[in-house]
Design a protein around this ligand. Structure first.
Ligand SMILES: [Zn+2]
Length: 261
């Protein structure tokens, strides 16, 4: 009775997409471009490939500033985003993120302005990634590529922005994504607050720690930065920040400290 549905302004419910295995050459491209995948078990890799296939089918990708988005670009973004949620199926496939917008490189505002005193001031609000509640995730392709290939530098713009997307799932980004049980929140909050305080104290004295000082900005940035380190350098995080590592392991359900160098 599709004509009747049309008449009533309704559309037929979408049938779920049949599971199509990720083509073998795409699987090879993931293994080549995102070295984190070599540490997954065959079962995890297979589940990750299914998520990647769905991610590419369900999310809209757009290129900005004349960037033509290729299948390879989609694959490299999806492979990193899906790594985060591999073992937390209860959160779905980033249900509030419908679009990914890629820029060739840094985007945002960067300009020289002349002040009333005649001096030239440089205003730099350029960025490499951005996420907002129910909005698109914006990424600079140059940095996506670099993040994927360097597994140990503790920086990964895709992990960072998609950690924000997880954080937004239960309201404003506040550094606490939806935890499994409500009583997990007390311990999460205690550990995150104490680690954030320690990072702020170190940053104010100009002392470097394992964690990027950008995480000292707010609880939301702290969670995103900690996620980057958890997936890039879990072994050192477990050694230097065991309580923080334990909270992230409980949330992501992955043992990244076991990923050999
Ligand atoms: Zn951020």
């Amino acid at each position: 009775m599709s004509w009747l549905r049309r008449l009533l302004g309704r559309t037929a419910p979408k049938s779920p997409k049949p599971a199509v295995p990720l083509p073998v050459d795409w699987q090879r491209a993931v293994a080549r471009s995102v070295p984190h995948y070599r540490f997954l078990s065959p079962d995890e890799r297979k589940r990750a490939h299914d998520l990647i296939e769905r991610f590419i089918a369900e999310k809209e990708f757009w290129g900005n500033r004349d960037l033509t988005v290729t299948q390879h670009m989609k694959l490299v973004v999806a492979a990193q985003a899906c790594l985060l949620i591999l073992n937390i199926p209860r959160l779905g496939l980033y249900p509030e993120t419908k679009e990914v917008i890629l820029y060739p490189e840094d985007f945002g505002l960067s300009l020289d302005a002349i002040g009333p005193d005649g001096r030239t001031y440089h205003i730099d609000q350029s960025r490499i990634g951005e996420a907002s509640r129910r909005g698109p995730v914006l990424l600079a392709w140059e940095h996506v590529k670099q993040s994927a290939s360097d597994r140990l530098d503790g920086r990964n713009v895709v992990f960072h922005e998609f950690a924000h997307a997880l954080d937004y799932l239960n309201g404003e980004a506040d550094g606490a994504p939806p935890l499994e049980r409500s009583n997990d929140f007390t311990e999460w909050s205690r550990v995150m607050s104490s680690e954030l305080r320690a990072l702020r104290a170190a940053a104010s004295m100009g002392r470097r720690t394992l964690l990027d000082p950008y995480g000292a900005e707010s609880p939301a940035e702290f969670f995103a930065v900690a996620t980057e380190h958890f997936f890039e350098d879990g072994r050192r995080m477990k050694r230097n920040h065991p309580a923080l590592y334990a909270q992230l392991r409980a949330f992501y359900k992955q043992e990244t400290a076991d990923w050999a160098v």
